[in-house]
Ligand binder design. Structure first.
Ligand code: TXA
Ligand code: MG
Length: 311
């Protein structure tokens, strides 16, 4: 159910939880200052308490009351990418950030969303925690229909935001003076080089290792269908294919189109909708055409597909 920005602010300030479109994906928002709202977010998503939330603020100054010390490069990264799809993990004053929101860690993630309506909302409400607005483990929500599907038709959602670009924020942390990316996202790794002077380390734990980003530990983005990620789609295949509008596939298969193989932004914007559609259409098994480049947004798209395919 769509609500205005005034209604949204009122609900949040009362400790209620609502959905908010951002330039990445929809967030499930609650006021950082309302412990009830934080608890409700974990309950609504079915999110493990060990998986911390990102704190969204309206300005760089908005992080000052929470942060214990700023690592070198923080100001440059914030200036370059905020408002926008970058989450920075920073050491916090533990008394200033509710323990539940940061899952007991001595750090918290911060970002200023780029969507102008989400940004205006934050100016009215103050800091909001916002995980992606999906049931834990499922693909993130990038459309109002996804919110209705996961939380019901009457669930309040802020109206008027722009469209979601479809991939969550890139998450970075500084360890011993070096920036690491701990979740691939909407800002490609290459884009950091001109800001910090080097390519950040990619620190996404291989299976079995404890990840720096707790969320990486859990099943994610996954439809019910078994996904076969392939570079070449077998000609004798049966069933569904997740592929591109500008490619030819066997004619007897149902194509779930991600868009043009030349347009990673379009593919990013369609990705979660297509993964959700597989469930809506009760697809049991699909081949995913993964014949695409290994740079820019494609790297994030490939990582999401790999995680979606993990059973
Ligand atoms: O684009 C986004 O980031 C969206 C929009 C709504 O802002 N939000 C989002 O939140 O993707 P969520 O909760 O779905 O993913 C946040 C990730 C989780 O994997 C969590 O483990 C990680 O951020 N995270 C949060 N705080 C952290 C911390 N202190 N240290 C390491 N990882 C952290
Ligand atoms: Mg999420």
């Amino acid at each position: 159910m769509l609500i205005t920005i005034e209604e949204a602010a009122k609900k949040l300030l009362k400790g209620e939880v609502i959905a908010v479109p951002t330039e990445t994906v929809y967030g499930l928002a609650g006021a950082l200052s309302h412990e009830n709202a934080i608890e409700k977010i974990f309950a609504l998503k079915g999110r493990p308490p060990s998986n911390p939330l990102i704190i969204h603020v309206a300005s760089i100054e908005g992080v000052f009351p929470f942060v214990k010390e700023f690592p070198a490069g923080f100001a440059d990264l914030a200036k370059a990418f905020w408002p926008g799809p970058l989450t920075l993990i920073l050491p916090v004053n533990e008394l200033a950030v509710p323990k539940k929101a940061r899952a007991g860690l001595p750090t918290a993630g911060f970002r200023i969303p780029g969507d102008p309506v989400a940004h205006s909302l934050l100016k009215l409400t103050g800091p909001l925690v916002m995980p992606s607005a999906n049931l834990s483990g499922k693909p993130s929500a990038t459309a109002l229909g996804h919110i209705e599907r996961d939380f019901g038709k009457d669930f309040p959602a802020l109206a008027g935001g722009g469209s979601c670009q479809g991939l969550e924020s890139t998450i970075a942390i500084s360890i011993d003076g070096i920036w690491h990316i701990i979740r691939l996202g909407a800002i490609p790794r290459e884009a950091f080089v001109s800001i910090i002077g080097y390519m950040p380390e990619l620190s996404i734990a291989p299976k079995g290792e404890k990840p720096l980003c707790p969320g990486q530990m859990f099943r994610h983005y996954a439809p019910k269908a078994i996904l076969n990620l392939v570079k070449i789609v077998p000609t004798d295949m049966q069933g569904a294919i997740v592929g591109f509008s500008d490619r030819k596939y066997p004619s007897n298969v149902h194509l779930f189109s991600l868009g043009s193989s030349k347009a990673p932004e379009e593919v990013a914007a369609n990705l979660y909708n297509i993964l959700r559609k597989l469930d809506d259409c009760a697809v049991e098994q699909a081949y995913v055409d993964c014949d695409f480049p290994n740079d820019g947004l494609w790297v994030t798209i490939a990582e999401r597909l790999c995680r979606a395919a993990q059973q």
